[in-house]
Design a protein around this ligand. Sequence first.
Ligand code: PAF
Length: 284
Amino acid sequence: MKIIETPREMYDWSRKMIGQGKVIGLVPTMGFFHEGHLSLMRTAKQHSDKVVTSLFVNPIQFGPNEDLDHYPRDLAGDVAKAEAAGVDILFTPNSERMYPGDNLTEVSVHSLTENLCGAHRPGHFAGVTTVVTKLFNIVQPELAVFGEKDFQQLAVIRQMVKDLNIPVRIIGHPIVREQDGLAMSSRNANLLPEHRKAALSLSSGLNLARQLYAQGVRSTAALKQQVQEHVLAQKETRIDYISFVHCDTLQDVTEADAQTVLALAVHIGDKVRLIDNGRLELSN
Ligand code: PAF
């Protein structure tokens, strides 16, 4: 595996590969790899000749009071893991290289970014769509793989690609979970041991909503009430949102059906904010 640090070298490498008829698959990440990231890399490998993983903690998608400074980092560990997963290029630009100069341009998607994380993290999605556009331009992939844990992010990126005729096929990968159900996230590394039980309230809250749905409960107000009580029963949880939305439009729904996704964002203690999501109706 080769490490590339500059956008110029990355672009030149990609043009050369494309000239040789190779299909490039991109996995955009912010590093601190876990099994979730590695499964995105393996999926990219199944669909492409060359896999590029970008590792860039993108400052413009973090708000002033968010965890940019505490975002977990481990370059040496990430290099070893990406190499073992069969990645060809680890693209690790720094901020000066990604954002030289004035940066007067931003890519933003409307409507889909207004609720859920968009309502709680102003500017976050514009930061994501701007950096992902830049990565697509630099890496020139034919396809890119994103995790479904960031359910809203995936919907926003699919919309952006469609609206802007960006010739990149977007592949979503199901959430990878720990054995106890916790959705894998780099941010789990910042959880204190005593917060683990509270962190599990997201996935167990989702399971609770699924059970109630299977028993016939359709009112999302009633479902929300139960999930909210379940999460708040754990110490040091603070809810950002518990929302029942349509899987494509991300609009709130009052009556749950097969298209309904429960999305949650919960602060655990002072430093960690976790998200999780899933359809209420499980397909067989
Ligand atoms: O999902 C992430 O890790 C980031 O939002 C992404 C897509 C790499 C953009 O910085």
